[in-house]
Design a protein around this ligand. Structure first.
Ligand code: ZN
Length: 233
């Protein structure tokens, strides 16, 4: 946070982030811009619409210094146990109500980041996560949570001996039903396939589990899903 010690560094950062992929006028859609009326503003070359780096961000029209807002956003996104609005108000010398409103804005922004879906070759597997329960093996879940883990794999290509994991995602499943597995996979994986094939895949997985050995962490055989829409266990 050291680099955001004054309003200039915060505005410079917002400006860089906002127009990193170029300018697009909100009024007329024109893509060319010139320097705006103030430092770090951009002005549309066609309709002369002037935009500040804070416009349409949570840092617009603040009642306190922007560098304090950056520090608060940093605290709110990194403190594992959270920070109360009273604590923020005390630390930054603002009204508790002001702190509460800003905290809500930050939380909404943090929650609005969509999780990128996995693409192409995805391998899915379900497993239980939780404490050791000796009398509850396999899918008899006890207090454990059933979790679907998906990895996006780049298979070895010519000249390469090893493939690599490009991305991963995990979601808690309601239960081990085909529908729950399918629902979670739909949220995680960007590819679509006919539902009959998905069902067949999930059913295969279940059967293997029933026949397979289960330890107290309920090891499952993975369902491999390729971009061509075929499952290979
Ligand atoms: Zn314009």
């Amino acid at each position: 946070m050291k680099q955001f010690h004054d309003s200039r560094s915060c505005h410079a950062y917002l400006s860089d982030e906002k127009w990193a992929r170029g300018f697009l006028c909100r009024k007329c859609g024109h893509e060319a811009s010139v320097k705006g009326k103030r430092t770090f503003h951009r002005r549309c070359q066609k309709c002369l619409y002037d935009e500040s780096p804070t416009a349409h961000t949570i840092f617009h029209k603040l009642k306190f210094p922007i560098e304090h807002a950056f520090a608060m956003a940093y605290l709110l996104s990194t403190m594992r146990k959270g920070v109360s609005s009273c604590e923020l108000a005390r630390q930054f010398g603002i009204h508790q109500e002001t702190a509460w409103f800003f905290k809500r804005k930050v939380q909404r922004a943090l929650n609005s980041f969509p999780r990128a879906k996995l693409k192409e070759n995805v391998e899915a597997d379900e497993t239980f996560i939780g404490g050791f329960e000796p009398l509850k093996p396999g899918r008899s879940k006890g207090n454990k949570q059933l979790v679907q883990v998906c990895i996006e794999v780049e298979y070895p290509t010519h000249g390469k001996r090893r493939g690599k994991i490009k991305n991963a995602d995990a979601r808690v499943l309601k239960d081990a039903s085909t529908n729950s597995i399918k629902e979670a996979l739909d949220l995680t994986w960007s590819m679509k396939m006919p539902s009959s094939q998905r069902m067949a895949g999930a059913a295969t997985n279940r059967q293997q589990t029933a026949n397979g050995t289960t330890s107290n962490t309920a090891r499952m055989e993975p369902i491999s899903v390729s971009s061509t829409g075929t499952y290979s266990p």
